[in-house]
Design a protein around this ligand. Structure first.
Ligand code: FES
Length: 162
């Protein structure tokens, strides 16, 4: 099969590929963030083996790498669910009820924001402005923008409740 689209939740861990990514960015000034972004994009999260490899190659402690990974919300610590719902919580969406939407989705899915359902079907995340303010509240589902979001609409788009 040609041109297979990478899964939204990332490829399986591959230490050789990870090493290649790290080597590619390691000579940049301030290489840690670009490396973590590239690894997160490739594997869908920053696993413990990834932290270890980054620390080893950049000559940092694992605690230093962990510190950066946990500081930035962009990096996942574990694989995402099959569907990723990102709810915008920035100003325009706040004024159109995104907090109520978050609360409803948390209740419907039985998880909190930043968590994944126990069956690993859905991950619920927050973002701050999706550039879709005119159609707030805005969400992104599996990389696709949707405006005027409601609990019902979001749940239909991910195929029902968890
Ligand atoms: S504030 Fe939500 S899309 Fe801009």
């Amino acid at each position: 099969m040609l041109n297979k689209t990478p899964p939204a939740f990332g490829h399986d861990w591959d230490p050789d590929r990870a090493r290649g990514i790290i080597e590619e960015f390691k000579d940049l000034e301030g290489p840690l963030l670009p490396i973590l972004h590239a690894l997160n994009e490739r594997f869908g999260h920053i696993s413990e083996p990834a932290v270890k490899l980054v620390a080893e190659i950049l000559n940092l402690t694992r605690a230093e790498v962990h510190g950066v990974v946990s500081f930035y919300h962009d990096f996942r610590r574990e694989p995402a669910g099959r569907h990723v719902i990102k709810v915008c919580r920035a100003e325009a969406c706040q004024s159109m009820g995104c907090e109520d939407l978050v609360a409803r989705l948390e209740r419907a899915l039985g998880i909190h924001i930043s968590d994944t359902t126990h069956d690993r079907r859905i991950t619920l995340e927050e973002v701050y402005c999706l550039g879709n303010c005119a159609l707030s509240p805005a969400v992104m589902i599996d990389g696709e923008l949707h405006g005027r979001a409601t609990e019902e609409k979001v749940l239909v788009l991910v195929g029902g409740r968890s």
